[in-house]
Unconditional design. Structure first.
Length: 424
């Protein structure tokens, strides 16, 4: 029996796909590189936005139509968030929820034999130190916790990932050390909210970062998304941990809106003054740190004045990376009961923010032209050359280099999304 796995969405879900593959491989089930070779196809879904939902629905239906001879299993967030829709489009399809990955081989074997198996529900099963099949030996993803402490009105992912479940620091460090020993040069610590790590177990994110960064070897650590409200009481220690030379000078701190009114209605648990204070502390203590932010455009209660506050915030804090999303109702989300703002208004606001986003990020990157950067070469470029990362995690095109090495380059050009360089 042969299985093909395709994973969509965030880093966390990509790691889930690696765990599924590891469980299958441990049980002597072959993983193949194409659908044509496979007997069973696993679609590890993302469901965070409406366009993604539509993409997942289309993908499953297309597989059913074009590959009627293949057995199909659906995994990922769709299984827990929208089982009604999934059952409607695929009544004869097996499921495996994101908390049941240790049962992957059992589900595959049963499905291959003609049964319909649906493993769902929450679990405290650890996702650290379990067998994985990595897509890239140079970049190793470690899920440090699953679930969150939030109640954001616009979010449906929390219904799939459940309450916070942190994994022990000792286990995470052990997996990181093995990855480094096996050639990994980048360790990605990921979660729905890394700042929530340890709130249920008594451990601390700052301690985790320090322990991983202090391991022997030539590598860098990237710390994943942090919810502002959960960083408020530990800002100083997290900054101290991130000053370690092996940790990227990069922080992903979603704000979603520049309006205190909208933040309150979103139930974000922080205000703009607190957010700006966090950003200011990071920038003062770690000069050159790259700030990534998430913005939701057109939340149902967002007025013109609220939108203007978002524009002002971006122009003030000047993020290095801005993720924009147009608001759309999500299955089960509290805000889905509200009336959406007119689409033409949302489109106009989104277009305006997109222009600001490009200008801010390009201006930030242009400041690096002619600078000398020590970069880590992490992957081959899709159009030739190599992609490296600066210390602040900005992508750099390098013409010729060895994967997994640190090289000195001079920045020659800048766009809103990447840099170009020449080797020194």
């Amino acid at each position: 029996m042969k299985v093909f796995i395709e994973s969509y969405g965030c880093t966390f879900n990509q790691a889930d796909g690696q765990i599924i593959a590891g469980n299958l491989q441990e049980n002597d089930i072959d993983i193949v590189d194409s659908i044509e070779e496979a007997d069973v196809v696993i679609v590890n879904t993302c469901y965070v936005k409406l366009p993604t939902e539509d993409k997942m629905t289309y993908r499953i239906q297309k597989l059913q139509k074009e590959h009627p001879d293949k057995k199909i299993i659906v995994g990922g967030c769709m299984v827990e968030i929208d089982p009604e829709k999934l059952d409607k489009i695929g009544p004869n399809i097996s499921w495996i929820g994101p908390h049941q990955l240790n049962k992957s081989a059992d589900v595959v074997n049963s499905t291959y034999c003609g049964d319909i198996v649906r493993e769902t529900g929450f679990s405290k099963e650890s996702k650290v130190n379990v067998p994985k099949v990595m897509d890239d030996s140079l970049i190793h993803i470690i899920q440090i916790c699953e679930g969150c402490l939030g109640a954001c009105t616009f979010c449906c992912t929390r219904f799939a990932r459940g309450p916070l479940n942190s994994y022990p620091i000792a286990d995470i460090v052990a997996e990181a050390q093995r990855a480094i020993d096996n050639g990994a040069c980048e360790i990605q610590l990921t979660a729905q909210d890394t700042a929530a790590f340890g709130r249920d177990s008594g451990e601390k994110l700052s301690d985790l970062i320090k322990e991983v960064a202090n391991l022997k070897g030539d590598f860098k650590v990237r710390v994943g998304m942090m919810h502002p409200k959960n960083i408020l009481n530990d800002v100083g220690e997290i900054i101290d941990a991130m000053k370690h030379p092996k940790v990227y000078d990069f922080i992903h701190l979603p704000v979603q809106s520049g309006s205190d009114k909208v933040l309150s209605e979103m139930r974000r648990g922080h205000n703009i003054s607190q957010y700006k204070d966090i950003v200011s502390k990071f920038k003062n203590e770690i000069p050159g740190i790259a700030l990534a932010v998430d913005i939701i455009v057109g939340y149902p209660t967002e007025s013109d004045d609220d939108f203007d506050e978002t524009v002002k915030l971006l122009e003030e804090i000047k993020p290095s990376l801005i993720h924009l999303s147009k608001y759309q109702h999500r299955k089960g989300a509290i805000s889905s009961s509200l009336e959406e703002i007119p689409r033409d208004v949302m489109k106009k606001r989104s277009k305006f923010l997109s222009q600001i986003k490009s200008q801010i990020t390009e201006d930030e990157n242009k400041e690096l032209i002619d600078s000398i950067q020590n970069v880590l070469v992490v992957e081959k470029g899709s159009k030739g050359g190599f992609i490296a990362k600066t210390n602040s995690y900005i992508p750099v095109i390098v013409d010729d280099a060895q994967l997994g090495t640190f090289v000195d380059v001079k920045i020659t050009e800048a766009t809103s999304t990447y840099l170009k360089s020449e080797l020194l």
